[in-house]
Each structure stands twice: as C-alpha cells, then as structure tokens.
Design a protein around this ligand. Structure first.
Ligand code: TRP
Ligand code: ZN
Length: 912
C-alpha cells in the first residue's frame, strides 16, 4: 500500500502534543485463527462503542500487509473504504450503544521476515505485537490506551502444531476434522493489543507449581523445543525467584493461574512481556554449564525478572501512548536491576552489579545522548516507534526512577508504588502520573519539594555535566565545595534548564584514607546526633556551594557515590587523590571509578602526546603507564580482602568507546593502539601477579553461577588473557599451551570460552585449531555458534585481517542474515563492537556496513535500523574517517524504498 510521504521520502513525524483520546472503545475481542504458514485466516469479532467524551469521528482501524475478505456490522454488510493502511468505516450505528464488528482477513506468516505480527520460526508460530505488530494480524485500534477483553480460539493441524497457546486461561480444547484440533483461551485481564500473543508448534514444557503468600497456587511453564528441556532449569528458577521477590519487595502478587514463557531462536529483541505468555529469545532462556557463560546465566536471571515484573509495571498499568514508553521500561529496568542486586546478596556483589549497569549507561547511553538520535526519556516526536526502544528509554529511564527512589528512600518508594497502583491499576497512564504518585506518597521529601523541576529529567535530553571544585581553608578548618551544572544542546533543544541532581558524597582523610564526619556549616540536624560520613546533597541551582567544617587538613572528595545521578562529573582530582580513593573509599563504586579515571587520564594524555608515536608494527615504543598506576593495580590484584569480581572490574581498562566519548576529535586507530599498549604493559609488568591470580582462582569447583565463583572465573579468565598477551610479546609458549589445555578440558563454558578468547585475542597460533575444535564440538548448539561467530568478528585487528574474516564468515554454511541473533553475532560484533577493526583508513569497513544495512533493511527493518546506528558519532571522527563515514551514510540515505526505520536513523545522522 502506498504511504503518504513528504519531500525526502520520509514518513511524517508523530508528536506527543497531538495526543487525542480514542474516538471509539473496543470492549471485547473474539479472535479465531486457522493457522497455516502460507495463509492464516483470522476472524476478528469485536464489540465496540463510541467514546462519548470525544467528538464523533469515523472509525479508522490500522492494518498492514493484510488481505481483507469481509467486514460486517451487527451481522450484516457495511460500507468501508481504505485510506492508506487504514480501514475506514463511516456509516456505523448512531448513539452510544455497543455494536458488533466482524472482520475477516488472511496473512502469510511464512513470508514474514520482519518478525513483527504473526510469523513462523523453525516450524512454530509466534507473534510479536509490541509496539505496532498487532495491525499485521488484524485490523484494530492499534494503540495502547485501547484495552479490551480477549477470547482466542486457535485451530491447527494437530501433528504439526500439538501445542496451542495464547494469553490467560485454557477454557476448552479438542479434536476437529482432518487431523486438526483447537484450543480456546480467555484472558481474565483487559489489555492493550500490544500484549496479545499466540504460540503454536511442537514444544515441551518444564512445569512448576508454586504457592503465593496468600495461599493461591499457580502453574509456571517454560516451553522450548523438545531437545532443549535440559537447559530450562535456570530460567525456571529465575522465574520462581522473580515471583517471590515482587511479592516480598513490592507486595505485587502473580495475578494469573498460569504463567508461561516460550523460547524462540528468531526474535528481534531480548524478550516480550505478553500477558501470561512471555515470548523470549532463546539466548535469555536456555542455559547449561556446558553451553552458557556466567554472563548468560546472569542475563537470563535479569531478563526473566524484567519480563515478569512487567506484569505489574506495563501490563496492569500500561502506557497511554508510546511517548510514555519509559513509564514501563525505565521502571521495569530499575526493578530488574534491584532484583539482581537483591539476588546477588553481599554489598560487594551488589556494587559489582551497579558498576556493570553504569558501564552500559556510559558506553551506550551517554553517546546516544550526545549524538544525532538524542531524545528525552519521554520523547516529543518520532517517525518510527521501533527506533525509540533505546538505552535512553531503558537505562537512563531506570536512572531517573532510581533518583526518585533515592530522594524518597526505600520505604518511601514502596509507599509511592502502592499509591501508583491504587490510583492507576487497569489504566493507561503517563510518566507524569508515575512521578506524581511517588511524590504524593512522600510529602516533604526533596522529590515533592522540587517536583516540577525534577520532571525536567523526562523532558530534556542530553547528559548534564557537574563541575566540582573544592577549596580548603586552614584558618577556618573548612572545605568549600562548589557544584555547578550545565547541559549541552541536543537536536531540537538548544536551551537547558537546571536539573535536580542528587549527589551522594563523602570526604576522606588525605593521609590515612579514613572516612571523615560530614559537618555542614549551616546544618542543625547533624548537631543532634552522630555526623554521617556519607550524605546526599540535592543540587537544584546552576551553582551551589557547600561548606564542611571541623576539618584538620584538605580532604579528598568522593562525589557521586554509587553513581547517584546519570551525569558526567568534572573534577580536578590529583593522581594522588585518585590513588587514595582507589585504595580506601568506603564506596565500592567510587573505588572502581578512581581506577577508571586514572586509566582514562593516562590514555587521553598518551593519545594527545605527539611524541609518543607508534612504530611500524603498531606498538608504542615508550611505556605509557606510570609506576604508581601499575603499583596501584598490583595492590588491587593482590588485595587479600577484595572480591575477585571487583578486582576484574578494576583491572579492566575503560573501553575504546568510552575513551572516544571523552575526546572532541576521535582517531579510532590511535585510541585502539594506546589502549592495546596500556594492556600490554599491564600484562607484562604484572606477569607474576597474573600468574598468582590465575593459580588462586583457576579452580572454582563444581559449577555454580553464583557471584563469588563467577567472579573468580572472571578474574582467572582475565589473568589467562593477560598472560597470553604477555607471552605473545615475549615469545613464551607455555601460557598459550596452558590456555589451549584449559580450553580443551574446561568443565564449563565460561572457562572454555575465556580460554578460547585468550587464544584468539592474543593472536597466537593455537587460535585456529581451537576455533575449529570449538565449532566441531558445538555445531548443534546455535547459541554457542553465535559466540563462535562473534568472537572472530570482534577479534583485535592485525593488519586489517578482521574484515576479510568477516566476509568469509558471511559465506559460512551456518550463517544466515535472516536470523537476528546470527546477524548480530557477525555484523554487529564487527561494526558496533570492534572499533579498531571497523574504522579502517581505506573506508572498507564503512562500505561493508552500508551494504549490510541495505541488505538487512529488505528483510528486517528493525534490526537494520539498529545496525544503521553504528555510525551515529561520525561527526566526531578525525579525517579521513569523517568524510568516509558521511559518504557511507549518504549512500544508504540515497537508496529508494528504505524502511521508515532506517530512513529516520540516517536522516537524523546527516542533519546538522
Ligand atoms: N517490551 C519488551 C521489553 O523490553 C521489548 C520488546 C520485545 C520489543 N520485542 C520487541 C520492542 C519488538 C519492540 C519490538 O521487555
Ligand atoms: Zn521491558
């Protein structure tokens, strides 16, 4: 169907300000599917009525790629017309009485490569309706504020599709003629159509009966393909923990008799929270110690939690419109982060999780916030909603909820959540409604005091910068700390107003590293009891000064503890002060942060220092790391009390992407060379310490994916990696041999894959036989083969060898661009996760990128548009990369017939 376009072929933008309540309500939906891969018949019987609060309008139903066979009103014929993709009915019964509308359509699931709507994956039917996929199943008011009661009948061949699932409860099932059968499902809860789902195929389930606190029992099921049942235990455990956690922490029980998870290997994203019938990418369900790493295990726990927690935050209370997406996603990410922290248990394991989350925010969201796709947590407009499932909506949105949590306290937040559900259960609401509930439940809190200003976090894009300067005055024994905030312009927003920024802080004694009592000059509360050593100050002005008293010497400031706000902190800490923080800060996050700042400073200086040139073989001739830094790293590595997981985080240098974000002009090759040189020096200078760390952590006993043993595996993996890097430089063959041996005999995938990574990334000769052996061992395990592809596409570049390897991988019999996981494992691993190999001076990486964006767009626009974002930050690149990148983007933009998805991304990238 032809769509209305403006001059550039761009579909029109949709604006938040244009929101209007629907002119019609759909109260009930009765769907009957005759499932057939080539041609599925869908009979849709709806009961509708006018919305008396809205001016009368024709009924406009959304539909996409449907064949319309019949439309009936109250059992008789009716007139209708098509307007673009919409079915328009103008002669509907007058008055406010409900009437019946029956629509009969067909669609072709086997041809659906977009994986939106109804599609077939390995002979099984699946649906994906969020955000606007339901219109690819039937004509409907495809918007989240239209909530209806669903009855669904599925009919299909019994031999091919023995399992027939939809939302809610199974109320009837039985045999039909010609070897077919049926199942009828009724969802007891009203829902928006984006939460509709069906699954039909040959599946088996792991089952678990559970009892809630109130004594009701529920059936939990995890459905997979028959061979995969043995890999569902961890997902089921994660689900049971999720149910118990939401009841314990927020008083939110499971509201269904039956809760199902189904896994599919063809999925655009991670998973989907369809009411009572979550559909998951296999990557976030299937795990065994032989095939999944510790990271996979922990991702499964958090994604299972995430989708389950949506049952309340998203499904019971949903979004009024898609501009409110962060209402459910930011809040649900916050909840899954809290869940993972509570599961991790110890304070140090919680800090490790916090550091990992912040690392994602900084390496993915901060660049987004500074680039052409920057948008507020609650956007004002979009062309294609699929492009707004972003790290800003999810991760920054979670930080905005976390700030609310911290401003009202843990108990206060629980009260706020309760009020939110008391007010809005069963409704489609806005981000404003959420903050209002949290504030109203906590009158007098800093959130309530600064509510209108706090909401700027939802309306203003961009990462604020907080500049901190301290001045010690020996005469008055006081320390004046000035905090100033600013935020750079983002596309469409030139002026920014001050944010409400909670800054958790402490002061350390410079000589001993001891925590100092925080006595504020104008603080009456502190006089009453013991002075705290950590507190939260709320920055609301453009600039504020705090004066701490009773200090005998200049303290070391520890600011933004636990990353209390999603901002960039600029502070002129000396190296000595950072070393004190690294060694002594009571806040684990800032301890890690001090090490990262030291490394970042060294990297940036080396990048800028023209005297430090790389020699012909790409190596730096000079040592980059000062002795104090190496010694500090040694001290952390050898520390008797610190957890292995924390050590691994401290000893991992900031990523190339994060380093690039600190620079105004980016030479990706120089960043890569400097970081590699730093790593090599760490490998060589700490060789004995790495050997010690390897020996200490090499054996973690029987496999359990708990924080302590997975931390030890992470550290031994890093040690092995470093020892192989050192060996490559010194010509030693012992460690590569040990790594190969480890690779061969490892009892779990974490150790095995770490060893393989060490071999591949250090470029040693054993890498090729190891890769061949790995493939042979796991050729029947698609998720492991994804790792095999990703490792090669993400390997360090040696004289431009990665791109030819990637091209070969595309020809491998196991490669298929139609499978999103596989496409990501090769193409994204190269274009988005391997800057040193991708940013080639000859522009061949960019040409490859533009070819793949165009190729993918014809198959799956959603996945293509994600790939299209790999060059978001092209304007920062130095020449010749900058011009080459612009040309590659322009080449994509010049294509006719691009999807809205890719068109929006490249148009924004080229805008000035
Ligand atoms: N709502 C899902 C989640 O975050 C996201 C999602 C899954 C999605 N599949 C999608 C979004 C397809 C857009 C398109 O849990
Ligand atoms: Zn979600």
């Amino acid at each position: 169907m032809l769509q209305l376009r403006d001059g550039q072929g761009q579909a029109p933008a949709i604006h938040r300000a244009d929101y209007q309540a629907p002119a019609w309500w759909i109260d009930t939906v009765d769907l009957t599917f005759d499932l057939d891969p080539a041609k599925t018949r869908v009979l849709n019987k709806m009961r509708l009525r006018r919305n008396p609060e809205v001016l009368a309008q024709p009924l406009r139903l959304d539909g996409e790629e449907l064949n319309l066979a019949r439309v009936m009103v109250n059992g008789g014929g009716t007139s209708f017309k098509m307007d673009g993709n919409q079915l328009v009915l103008e002669n509907l019964p007058e008055g406010n009485e409900p009437f019946d509308l029956e629509i009969f359509t067909t669609c072709a699931p086997a041809k659906n490569t977009q994986l939106m709507g109804l599609y077939v994956s390995q002979g099984t039917f699946f649906t994906q309706c969020e955000a606007e996929g339901f219109r690819r199943i039937t004509y409907f008011l495809d918007r989240p504020d239209v909530m209806a009661s669903y009855t669904v009948t599925l009919r299909a061949d019994k031999a091919l599709y023995p399992v027939l699932l939809s939302n809610g409860n199974l109320v009837d099932s039985g045999a039909l003629e010609d070897g077919r059968h049926f199942a009828k499902w009724v969802d007891p809860h009203k829902k928006p159509c984006y939460l509709f789902a069906l699954v039909a195929g040959k599946l088996v389930a792991r089952e678990q009966l559970i009892k809630s606190r109130s004594g009701t029992s529920h059936l939990l099921q995890v459905y997979v393909r028959p061979g995969d049942l043995g890999k569902t235990e961890h997902a089921m455990n994660s689900l049971m923990h999720s149910v118990a956690w939401d009841e314990a922490r927020f008083g939110l029980p499971l509201d269904l008799e039956r809760f199902m998870i189904v896994a599919t290997s063809d999925f655009n994203m991670g998973a989907m929270e369809n009411k009572g019938l979550n559909i998951f990418n296999t990557k976030y369900v299937l795990a065994s110690e032989a095939t999944a790493t510790d990271t996979d295990f922990s991702n499964i726990e958090s994604v299972v939690g995430h989708e389950y927690f949506h049952n309340w935050t998203g499904n019971r209370v949903t979004c009024r419109d898609w501009f409110q997406l962060s209402l459910k996603e930011g809040l649900t990410v916050f909840r899954d982060q809290e869940f993972s922290q509570d599961m991790a248990g110890s304070p140090s394991a919680r800090a490790v999780k916090r550091i990992e989350d912040v690392r994602v925010l900084r390496t993915a969201q901060f660049p987004e916030d500074a680039g052409p796709m920057a948008h507020p947590v609650r956007p004002d407009s979009y062309v294609e909603i699929n492009n707004f499932y972003t790290v800003t909506i999810y991760e920054k949105g979670a930080e905005v909820v976390r700030m609310q949590h911290n401003l009202v306290g843990r108990e206060g937040f629980a009260k706020g959540m309760k009020l939110y559900f008391d007010r809005h259960d069963g409704h489609a609401v806005t981000c404003d409604d959420f903050v209002q509930a949290i504030a109203d439940a906590n009158p007098g809190s800093p959130l309530a005091q600064h509510l209108p200003q706090f909401k700027r976090w939802y309306s203003q894009a961009g990462t604020p910068r907080v500049r901190a300067t301290g001045r010690y005055d020996a005469a008055t024994r006081s320390y004046a700390l000035t905090l100033s905030q600013s935020c750079a312009p983002t596309p469409g927003q030139s002026e920014k107003l001050p944010f409400v920024i909670p800054v958790e802080l402490g002061l350390l004694d410079a000589a001993t590293g001891a925590a100092l009592p925080l006595q504020l000059a104008d603080d009456s509360a502190a006089q009453a009891g013991a002075t705290p050593t950590s507190r939260v100050v709320v920055l609301t002005e453009a600039s504020q000064t705090l004066t701490f008293t009773h200090l005998d010497s200049e303290p070391v400031p520890s600011l933004l503890r636990d990353f209390s706000a999603p901002v960039v902190l600029d502070i002129d800490t000396t190296d000595a002060q950072l070393l004190t923080l690294l060694a002594h800060d009571a806040d684990a996050f800032n301890r890690w942060e001090a090490g990262q700042r030291l490394a970042l400073r060294i990297a940036i200086n080396a990048i800028a220092d023209n005297a430090q040139q790389t020699s012909a073989n790409g190596h730096f001739d000079h040592k980059i790391l000062p002795a104090e830094f190496v010694e500090a790293m040694r001290a952390v590595l050898r520390h008797p009390a610190l957890d292995a997981a924390f050590k691994e985080l401290v000893l991992t240098l900031p990523s190339e992407t994060y380093i690039a974000e600190q620079l105004d002009v980016v030479d990706p090759q120089r960043i890569h060379a400097v970081r590699e040189a730093m790593r090599e020096q760490l490998a060589l200078s700490l060789q004995a310490d790495w050997e010690w760390a390897w020996e200490q952590n090499e054996d973690t006993g029987g496999y359990r994916p708990d924080p302590v043993s997975s931390g030890r595996r992470a550290l031994s993996g890093l040690a092995l990696h470093m020892l192989c890097i050192a060996a490559q430089r010194t010509g030693d063959v012992v460690w590569p041999g040990k790594a190969y041996q480890r690779f061969k005999v490892a009892g779990n995938m974490t150790d095995r894959f770490n060893a393989l990574t060490a071999l591949v990334a250090s470029g040693c000769e054993l890498a090729a036989p190891a890769l061949a052996r790995f493939h042979a061992l796991f050729k029947d395990e698609p998720l492991v083969i994804d790792k095999w592809f990703a490792l090669q596409a993400g390997a360090p570049d040696r004289g431009g060898n990665v791109l030819p390897t990637v091209r070969q991988l595309l020809q491998h019999p196991d490669f298929s661009i139609k499978n999103p996981n596989r496409a990501r494992s090769v193409i994204f691993s190269y274009c988005s996760a391997n800057p040193g190999a991708f940013h080639r001076a000859d522009a061949a990486g960019y040409v490859f990128w533009s070819d793949r964006v165009i190729e993918l767009d014809a198959i799956n626009p959603q996945v293509a548009a994600r790939l299209a974002r790999a060059l978001d930050r092209w304007k920062k690149l130095a020449e010749p990369w900058r011009t080459a990148a612009r040309e590659a983007i322009a080449r994509v933009a010049a294509r006719e017939g691009l999807s809205n998805d890719v068109r929006e991304v490249v148009t924004r990238a080229l805008a000035d």
